[in-house]
Ligand binder design. Structure first.
Ligand code: NAP
Length: 257
C-alpha cells in the first residue's frame, strides 16, 4: 500500500516524503495533481491506504469532496492543522472527524520556515522588514512536524490525537535575525515596520484581507502572550525538538547571496 502526501513540494510535506521509507506518492501541482480538482485527487489515490494532508488554503471550499474521495479509498489521514484556532483549520478538522477515517491532527505553532520570506531582502540588502520585532515564538522546524507526522501515519497509537507541536524555546524576531546573521556570517538589520505598513505589503502578496488582519492581530497579541512551548515532539519522537539556530544552519544556503 502507498502513502499519499499532499503539499509534497512544500516545507512539511517535502520532509514527510523524505522521511518515509514506505512507498510514497507525492502530490502537488508540480507532480500533476491539483487539490482543487477532485478527479486528480481520486486518480492519485489508487492503492493508497494513508494520507498526509497539507491543505494549503485559507478556506475549506472543496475539502468535503476531497475527503469523500480519500475516505472512499484510504483508512487513515494525518492532517497538518494549526495551533491558535484559525477558522479554516478548525473547519477542516470538523470535516475530517465526520469522514469515518482514522485521523490525527498536528497543530503546530509558527513555522521556523516562515523566515524564508525574509530571504530575498537578506540576500540583496542584509535587512529584514517586519512588524513586532520583540514578538517571540517557539518556531518549529519542518523536520520535527514531519517526524511526528510519519509516526502518526505508521503507528496506531496516535489515532484520534490532536497534538500541539512547538519548537523548544521562544525566539524573538530580533534574535532570529541575529541568529541567521551569525550562521551566514553577515551583519543583518531588522527594520521594524508599523502594523499598517506590514498590512499594506501583505495585501500586495495576494493574501486575503481577513487573513492578513487575523495574522497581524495574532502577532500583536503574541508580543505579550506567546504561543506555548510544549514537549510533544520529544515525547513522540524521543528526540528534542530542533532549535531555530539548527533550522537556520539547515537553511543557510537560502539566505546566502
Ligand atoms: N506557516 C505557519 O507558521 C503555519 C503555522 C501553522 C499551520 N500552518 C499550515 O501549514 C500549511 C502549509 O504547510 P507548508 O508551509 O509545508 O506548505 P508550503 O511550504 O507553503 O507549500 C505549499 C504546498 O502546497 C502545494 N499546493 C499549493 N496549491 C496547491 C494545489 N492547488 N493543489 C495541490 N497542491 C498545491 C504546493 O505545491 P505546488 O506549488 O507544486 O502545487 C506546496 O507543495 C497550511 O495549511 C498552513 O495553514 C502554517
Amino acid at each position: 500500500m502507498t502513502i499519499l502526501v499532499t503539499g509534497a513540494t512544500g516545507s512539511v510535506g517535502g520532509q514527510v516524503v523524505s522521511q518515509l521509507r514506505e512507498p510514497v506518492r507525492p502530490f502537488s501541482r508540480a507532480t500533476g495533481g491539483d487539490l482543487t480538482d477532485v478527479d486528480s485527487v481520486r486518480e492519485a489515490l489508487t492503492d493508497v491506504d494513508k494520507v498526509f494532508l497539507v491543505w494549503p488554503f485559507f478556506h475549506t471550499e472543496g475539502l468535503d469532496r476531497v475527503l469523500e474521495a480519500i475516505a472512499g479509498q484510504a483508512k487513515r489521514i494525518v492532517y497538518l492543522s494549526s495551533a491558535g484556532d484559525p477558522e479554516w483549520a478548525r473547519a477542516a478538522e470538523n470535516l475530517i472527524e465526520q469522514t469515518g477515517l482514522e485521523w490525527t491532527f498536528l497543530q503546530p505553532t509558527g513555522f521556523a520556515a516562515n523566515a524564508l520570506r525574509w530571504a530575498n531582502d537578506i540576500k540583496t540588502e542584509a535587512v529584514v522588514r517586519t512588524p513586532f520585532g520583540t514578538m517571540s515564538r517557539p518556531h518549529i522546524h519542518e523536520y520535527d512536524m514531519a517526524a511526528v507526522g510519519v509516526r502518526a501515519l505508521l503507528s496506531d497509537e496516535h489515532v484520534g490525537a490532536k497534538y500541539t507541536l512547538s519548537g523548544p524555546e521562544l525566539v524573538s524576531q530580533f534574535d532570529q535575525v541575529k541568529i541567521i546573521g551569525d550562521v551566514i556570517g553577515r551583519d543583518l538589520r531588522l527594520d521594524e515596520q508599523t502594523p499598517e505598513e506590514a498590512r499594506a505589503k501583505m495585501l500586495t502578496t495576494g493574501w486575503p484581507e481577513p487573513v492578513v488582519d487575523g495574522a497581524i492581530a495574532a502577532w500583536a497579541s503574541m508580543v505579550e502572550n506567546p504561543e506555548p512551548i510544549v514537549p510533544t515532539v520529544e515525547e513522540i519522537t524521543g528526540t528534542e525538538a530542533k532549535t531555530f539556530r539548527a533550522w537556520a544552519q539547515d537553511h543557510a544556503a537560502d539566505f546566502k547571496a
